[in-house]
Every structure is written in structure tokens, then in C-alpha cells.
Write a protein of this length. Sequence first.
Length: 102
Amino acid sequence: MALAAAVSPYRSTRNEVRNLVGNDRFIEVFVDTPLEVCEERDLKGMYAKARRGEIKGFTGIDDPYEPPTNPELILTTTDCTAEDNARKIFAHLAKPQFVLVD
């Protein structure tokens, strides 16, 4: 098994990856976090630099993010802990038996 974080702001790119690996082997996980929260959590100050125009093509600032239309899994980070979301991922992977869970 291989897991890849194909972080892409564009639906077309994510769909290309889905088509490449096969629909039955691709699981799109949408980590749904509001832009304001991303900015608050940004320890490196990348969003602030993008807002000042120091970084061009920054997703959510001057480049769009296209949310998935039908992801297999949606995770929220404002009301769930990282541990809760990890449990959700493992539970989802266990359904088609991508992983075995005791």
C-alpha cells in the first residue's frame, strides 16, 4: 500500500490522479478548514506574506481553491482533534479492507 498526499487546489488535477490510480483505489480526503483558521494557525507566516503580495499564486489568497464535489471522506479541524480525524481515516480504510484494524 502507498499513501500519497496529492495536495492540489484544482479538481482537475485531483481527478487526473483518481483516473491514474483507479477509482476503486483512490480515496479523496477533504480536510475542511476555513481560510481564517488556516491563517490563524500559520506559524511560518506564509499567509501574511501572501496577503502582502510577497508570495504570488498562494492558494486561497490570490489563487483559487476548488473544494471537492464528492470526496470519500470529509474531516474538520475546528471541532475534531487530530487523533479523532486519524481514527476516522483508519475506520474508512478498514471498510474496503485497505487496512486491517484489530
